[in-house]
Write a protein that binds this ligand. Structure first.
Ligand code: SAM
Length: 210
């Protein structure tokens, strides 16, 4: 059975304090976390002065790798405790509690040059994923870019093989997206110039333009 939103919030609220340290040697579906972050970062370049929104920002690792002091960084997350840890590390970031499907940010329509997200999209329930992509589309400036890195698989058989490989670390309360399904959804929402990169044994990233 898939994890509920409340259970996910509790999980990350409880994990927040040790999350960054624990991910130094990530196991299970997050194996190769650091390498995948580096590879996904190479897929886009933020120009000076551009505005970034990181969705599911956690403790800030992806936003920090993508941006420098010339960028304005916004972050939203379901977990208040993850946001607190993020604020300790990156005091200049503008942080709000929010989710992929309910980001808030009502006065930020067409405001972001880039929306990025790492290891969070799979937390959105499958029947809410199109709404999530639509919300992100709305928040992006015209020609803005959407960059997502996550636990994803090229096919159902690739996912089955990964499940065998990962063994007891496999998390049956999560539903990982398939590349083709997500690619079709992005096109349906209106994204163009979609490109995919396999960043690790269990990870894919895409960049897409509004
Ligand atoms: C595995 S962590 C990834 C954090 C960070 N992006 C990273 O790469 O280290 C997933 C994060 O997504 C948040 N989250 C879970 N579901 C979410 C949702 N629907 N919308 C926004 N954030 C969510 C969690 O609270 C957590 O901080």
């Amino acid at each position: 059975m898939l994890r509920t939103k409340d259970a996910t919030q509790n999980l990350f609220d409880d994990w927040a304090k040790t999350y960054t340290e624990d991910l130094q040697n990530a196991a299970g579906p997050l194996f190769g976390y650091k390498h995948s972050l580096e590879e996904a970062c190479k897929m886009i370049q933020l120009s000076k002065g551009s505005t970034l929104l990181d969705v599911g920002i956690g403790t800030g690792a992806f936003a920090a790798s993508l941006s420098d002091e010339g960028n304005e960084v916004w972050g939203i997350d379901l977990s208040e405790n993850m946001l607190k840890e993020c604020k300790k590390r990156y005091p200049t970031y503008i942080l709000h509690q929010g989710t992929f499907t309910e980001p808030g940010l009502k006065d930020k329509i067409e405001s972001f040059d880039v929306i990025a997200s790492s290891f969070c999209f799979h937390e959105v329930l499958p029947d809410e994923r199109q709404t999530a992509c639509e919300k992100m589309y709305t928040l992006l400036k015209p020609d803005g870019k959407f960059l997502v890195l996550d636990i994803m698989f090229a096919s159902q058989s690739a996912m089955n093989n990964a499940r065998k490989q990962i063994g007891h670390y496999w998390d049956s309360t999560e539903n990982y997206p398939l590349v083709q399904t997500l690619d079709e959804m992005l096109r349906h929402v209106g994204f163009k110039h979609i490109s995919w990169k396999n960043t690790g044994p269990f990870h894919w990233a895409f960049s897409a333009q509004k």
